[in-house]
Design a protein around this ligand. Sequence first.
Ligand code: GLY
Length: 329
Amino acid sequence: MPYPNRRDFLRQAPLFGVAGLAAGCATASNPEPEAVRPVVVSTWQHGQAANAAAWEVLTSGGRALDAAEAGVRVTEADPAVRTVGLGGRPDRDGVVTLDAALMDGSGRCGSVAALEGFVHPISVARRVMEVTPHVMLVGDGARDFALAEGFTPTELLLPETRREYQVWLRDNPGYRPPINVENHDTIGLLTLDRQGGLAAACTTSGAAYKYHGRVGDSPLIGAGLYVDGEVGAATATGWGEAVIRACGSFLVVELMRQGHLPAEACRLAVERVIAKNPDYREIQVGFIALDRYGRSGGYCIQDGFDYAVYSPSQANEMIVPPSKLGQHE
Ligand code: GLY
């Protein structure tokens, strides 16, 4: 069933039920496309620089997928961002391993996981999508593929992150990064181009000091990101294991398909994550979503998450979404 406009939605209201209407489903009128496009939405403060690059592509007439890739490449190349690409924190064996995926509204997608030694895993993921019959390559196979495709190997572990790792080895504080440290997590970025095309990209070095070989939610289509051109796009940030258990981003998109606005879809998906993760008070999970009408929203478990929105009416603004533990308990 296509994502309903207001008239369709009201006709279908008995299917969604009174509770759905009360919960804030898509009863608001759907904006005119020309007024809202293009749009870029991405996670955390580092999203602003990524958004600016994606915006450049979109306002030059570029397509959603190109913009999504160009946006997150900025974060991947930024050595100051400790959880994405160059400068990302290593695993417990001292190796930086990267996860990345991208997808467009037609269902085309590509992904790499546990990839070592390349600054731009998102572009390797795109090549997986474009030149192989597969969706996902991992580990040594992904590395061999990247080399064969002409990507240049690079040392990703920088002196400062190596020193931090050595302190961690000495103190052995445990495997989980602290929640709610700004810039601690994934860049997930959603785009809507002038033609109405949707895309998403997601890239990370994952949880700091994870087990070697651990793969998080980010490269898993449906968990770390999902796009359906008839509905919208979503991406996740935070403790990947918790997102995977709920198939989080697919869930957000399906909730929008049922008529929920993006913010409400993210809230309901966080409720599902909470239901499946009894340790939810100890972790952060956040979702952001963008529907095909250009409306965006987010929700998270803990206070501290923010995201950046660039649109004709929002000039790369940082948004602090409501959270389960901050505002709803
Ligand atoms: N959300 C990123 C990860 O858990 O790897």
